[in-house]
Design a protein around this ligand. Sequence first.
Ligand code: MSP
Length: 646
Amino acid sequence: MSENTFYVTTPIYYVNDIPHIGHVYTTVAADVISRYMRMSGRKVMFLTGTDEHGQKVEQAARDRGKTPQEHCDEMVVRFKDLWRRFNISNDDFIRTTEERHIKVVQHFLQKLFDSGDIFKSSYSGWYCVPDERFWTEKDLDDGHCPDCGREVVQLEESNYFFKMSKYQDWLIKHIEDNANFIRPETRRNEMLGFLRNPLEDLCISRPKSRLNWGVEIPFDTDYVTYVWFDALINYVTSPGYTTDDERFAAFWPNCTHLIGKDILTTHTIYWPTMLKGEGLAPPARVFAHGWWTIEGHKMSKSVGNVVEPNMLLDKYGADAIRYFLLREVPFGLDGDFSHSALVGRINSDLANDIGNLLQRSLGMLEKYRDGVIPPAPDDSEMGDLSMEFVKASHKAVNELDEHMAVLSFDRALKAVWEFIGAANKYIDSAAPWTLAKEGKEAKLDSVMYTLFEAIRQVAVMINPFMPETGQKMFRQLGITQKKELHTFTSLEIWGGLPGGTKTFRGPALFPRIEEVQEVDVKEDKKDEGGRMKEEPQKTANVIGIEDFAKVELVTGKVLEAEAVPKSKKLIRMIVDTGEKRQIVAGIAEYYEPDDLVGRTIAVVGNLAPAKLMGVESNGMLLAAHDDNGLALVTFDKEVGVGVRIK
Ligand code: MSP
């Protein structure tokens, strides 16, 4: 086992899902810890990917008239593109439909079967079709699935089972002996509590007669593998289990799984027992983070408050979002996402604290030293103020290391921001402008050097969190090419920044965001008495014509319409908007499907696809809804299809 390696994973995301802020959260956290470890000299492996088998994928592909593989190949791009935009530095991206993974799953199954840990048995129980999960009678929530609240069906079939129960005592002992295995502590206690009840064996197959899209069971080709059993194995496929022994031995013992709290049981009960049966060690650490609500509400597609990460990126940029997510909420607790909290952090922590520190320092260096870093002073030339300030930098680095070791991202950032605060105070106390005025040149050199070495240290410390900003700072400090000054090891000794370096003053790192635009007071807006002429106030709700033009409204003719099975509200339509598209709308309580066929309606044409009860919708129709019911937007004259509505 190598001490010098670090292996971190995210859950592999369901390929059908539209990436949302929850996916971004785990992936950014994994990226930050990976970058930090790399910058500290560790060999890092960072894995993310997509979970591509199962009933939902099969169904979605069928709805779109695609093969499941074609469907997955198209959907996976959304995740890959988003990770590129967020500067995610994953070393591998695994898809469970890849041959390399399928082989490992089959190897895993065969080994467990050969050793007697997998057996066949008849099973009858309550089954939740959308979740692809069996439940016992006592699990049910008023006759419904305890996970998603939907109806369950009684099902009896022969299946293969993994002898999970056999490993219960071993697992309890492992959790008790390894305080770090399940983090945070609350989650560890939760799982120990769960294990006080007898552990059941795990059904790990699905008959092909019911589901085809999965990894075929190697010892019985009438069955495919249960998606979770297949998905968890991705974590050992990528580092080379059965294919690259050396690599696997180097990385697997130092593995941290980052997950959301909802998938704790699969990762800390199913997975370690599966590994135990296979003769492999459990992961070193499973850390379950909390959930985000959006502006105080549970994130939900039906409420329509799912935060679309691409829109956030367009508006605020990757670094501000990365910073916000990790600073705002302690990793492990639930948090609330709101635009006002995000803008607040951007304006205070980013524009004000760090942005201002860099701008004012570069401004002074330009004014007093033509933008060139003075030589490093000897300790004897530094004085108490500077010596104290240097101590503050060591404190920040040490605290950051301590907090990163336990994934306390918010505290790590807090420590850096305390140091940024100390740097701004240092400027005020050392008062370079007074030193310049009084001609104290040596002292001025010493202060300016100390300040810029501190800024370099800040740039290194924030780099894992905000890689674009870190690079911008290195550029402005004139040390882009000096990679040895970008590492955490370079912070162990004060004074890495070479005297004589030419700096470059660039644009502000983070311009302030004014959420409500101020009405600017120009001369021509005033009346003769100098008072403001009446003018409507600009508010955050008013959009310009260019914003409106982003919405592609078009006419569409309903060609087919039918109720979505098992749904009271949804109707699935095929609408001709110049191209045929499937639209799902919640109008079944107001319209019969047959009434809709032949009508020309107004459609939002460029809305990202969404899934409603497992059915994909490519567009949205316009309607007005009040106490009297719902009325579709239609046209008072004949109009063609695909005509732009302005
Ligand atoms: N495919 C499984 C994971 C298999 S890993 C072997 C899965 N995928 S998922 O796409 O549904 O969810 C991925 C992650 O997103 C989970 O860790 C989940 O906790 C997280 N989140 C989903 N909604 C979230 C929030 N509202 N807030 C934070 N994270 C959330 O589960």
